[in-house]
Design a protein around this ligand. Structure first.
Ligand code: IMP
Ligand code: MG
Length: 184
């Protein structure tokens, strides 16, 4: 499918729709095996992870609950502010649950480091992290993903849920944004 207006702002396609589909299916199979007999609660961190979440949950073949949480870390720019604030909290209680935090991208790790600390205090049975993308070069917090889809280089990427200034989330692939778009 052509998304001409948005495609013009993309320097190059990093991960195609086909590659995303295959990878998410494999992750789902792995998570289904690992969480067999457990109390899986998938928590999607809004809004970047919604596309990943909706594909991942459908590739999971065991019973799973879902919930959503919204935190702010980046504002509308490309650099982390270091400030993480809860905009929307979970509806579910966490006690006895095997929590799987679903994220779009693990960058500096500050958001997830804060979130997992906060959620751990609510006594879930376990906490793991599934991120679609991992940018290990940019990590400043001491945190790793238990499941990741792709390692990506230190470039600003958009699509498949990821945004720049709330735009490009609906692109079906992951692409590197042209630097002139955010230096304007
Ligand atoms: P962290 O706290 O630095 O790990 O940042 C995590 C959040 O920053 C992600 O959930 C994204 O919303 C955003 N982010 C980091 N890198 C990118 C990127 O390359 N493209 C779009 N959003 C990004
Ligand atoms: Mg974002």
């Amino acid at each position: 499918m052509i998304h001409t207006e948005m495609d013009q702002d993309i320097l190059k396609v990093l991960i195609t729709e086909e590659e995303l589909r295959e990878c998410v299916k494999k992750l789902g199979e792995q998570i289904s095996r690992d969480y067999q007999g457990k109390n899986l609660l998938m928590v999607s961190v809004l809004k970047g992870s919604v596309v990943f979440m909706s594909d991942l949950m459908r590739s999971i073949t065991i019973p799973a609950l879902i919930d959503f949480m919204s935190v702010s870390s980046y504002g509308s720019g490309v650099k982390t502010s270091g400030v993480v604030k809860i905009i929307k909290d979970l509806d579910q209680q966490l006690e006895g649950k095997d929590l799987l935090i679903v994220e779009d991208i693990l960058d500096s790790g500050m958001t997830l480091s804060y979130l997992s600390q906060l959620l751990r205090a609510r006594n879930p049975r376990s906490i793991r992290i599934a991120t679609l993308l991992d940018k290990p070069e940019r990590r400043t917090a001491d945190i790793q993903a238990d499941y990741y889809g792709f390692r990506v280089p230190d470039a600003f990427v958009v699509g498949y849920g990821l945004d720049y200034s709330e735009k490009y989330r609906n692109l079906p692939y992951i692409g590197v944004l042209k630097p002139e778009v955010y230096s304007k």
